[in-house]
Design a binder for this molecule. Sequence first.
Ligand code: ATP
Ligand code: MG
Length: 506
Amino acid sequence: MAMESVLSQLGSIIAGLMFVWAIFRQYFPQDLRNHIEKYSQRLVNFVYPYIQIKFNEFTGERLKRSEAYLAIETYLSSNSSMQAKRFTADVVENRQSLALTMDDHEEVADVFEGVKLWWSSGKTTTKGPSFSFYPVTDEKRYYTLTFHKRQRELIIGPYLKHVLKEGKAINVKNRLRKLYTNSGSKWSHVVFEHPATFQTLAMEPEKKKEIIDDLVTFSNAEEFYAQIGRAWKRGYLLYGPPGTGKSTMIAAMANLLGYDLYDLELTAVKDNTELRKLLIETSSKSIIVIEDIDCSVDLTGQRKNKMEKEEKEEKDPVRKLAKEETESKNSKVTLSGLLNFIDGLWSACGGERIIVFTTNHVDKLDPALIRRGRMDKHIKLSYCSFEAFKVLAKNYLKLESHHLFAKISGLLEETEMTPADVAENLMPKTSPGNAETCLESLIGALEKAKEEAQIKAEEEEKRVVSLVPKEEKEQDIIANEQSRTKKLSTEEPEGQSSAKVAPAGA
Ligand SMILES: Nc1ncnc2c1ncn2[C@@H]1O[C@H](COP(=O)(O)OP(=O)(O)OP(=O)(O)O)[C@@H](O)[C@H]1O
Ligand SMILES: [Mg+2]
């Protein structure tokens, strides 16, 4: 504290001297003035070895709030606010929590690599024209950073970079994230408040960890991507049956990284030009999602061929016109348009984007679309394993173990049930819920699913047998007969065997 008071006293003495000099300098000849200014500056540097940097809240002609100011404000709120004695409190946008920021004319100290420095908050007030009916007062806030001139390089370089980076990161984490959807070529958004997290996602722990590590590594890899000359983006393909958690995982991804979500409805996009426009409008730190990619666009060329064939067959001119009209209303986004979207130049602007495709039928997708480099990571979401069930049991029933777990583990190995169905069975049916009842309900459902699967398998077998052509059946009978007689011939004496080996169909 002694340092701060000495600093402020020196500051006020020097400010006073400067003020006196500003008034009287005009009465001195130019040469003398230059000399006085030169030596007084040296004196100031000698007596006052500190440097000050001022960060104004508003910058530029358009009076935009300065990004640096906002980052510093957040940095100081989270790092040094405990030292300040007066705060300004405000509710964080649409949330229940309070944000505390240093009040005007407060001072806090910070230490970076063993070097001490000081931040103070200030405010200048200017009054509007006094003859106005409602005189307007204009307040301009700023932060001042003071440090010893010996530390100039450390503070102006690494320290300020650290403050801005940390402040921005906290701002990104705390901001309200948005869920954008497109109708045609326009994005509209709502606040994104999906509660899914990786913690609540039912999945094998190692697989989950691998995905989290991959995402976190990507989000911290700005310099690496610049160094290897690649746009800072990553593609994920999530595939698996319905109800295995693809959409839930996307929400968990957005919550983990604090990114916005762009849910792109491709069927509403008129053509490739519109697609490009939409994509250029997306911001960085975002996940662009195309759900059910196999249903969204003609990816294999098959649909086109089919339509061409139908068109040839259509003779009636009125019906042909109507058909053409409906076709023109359909999306004309093509596979090549989509490929351009993934690795086109647009993706380099702004960076930090994740692209996610989901599908229930990975085999239907064109290999060009999902090759590495476009969809870098392929994640299969599958039926509920015992490990995944344990996550659900912990989330839904607060159970880590139970004597019924062994039975459930066996049944899950024999039956395919999606996490969505397992979760539904674990939902409490009464209030307060009873964990054992839920587990029993799940066992009942698993046993039923197992029985149904068995019946289905038997029916399928019968159907396949009934489809086998008559000739093949006869050949099977001959083959069976031959192998039977051959077997007998090896067991019986040589003389008798030759009579029995005559082909049945001969
Ligand atoms: N792995 C999972 N972990 C936790 N909950 C899950 C999981 N999978 C499904 N669920 C639950 O089931 C519901 C449906 O899951 P979700 O919408 O993520 O499935 P999906 O794979 O996207 O299905 P679709 O292919 O039909 O879009 C979710 O609301 C969630 O509660
Ligand atoms: Mg889904």
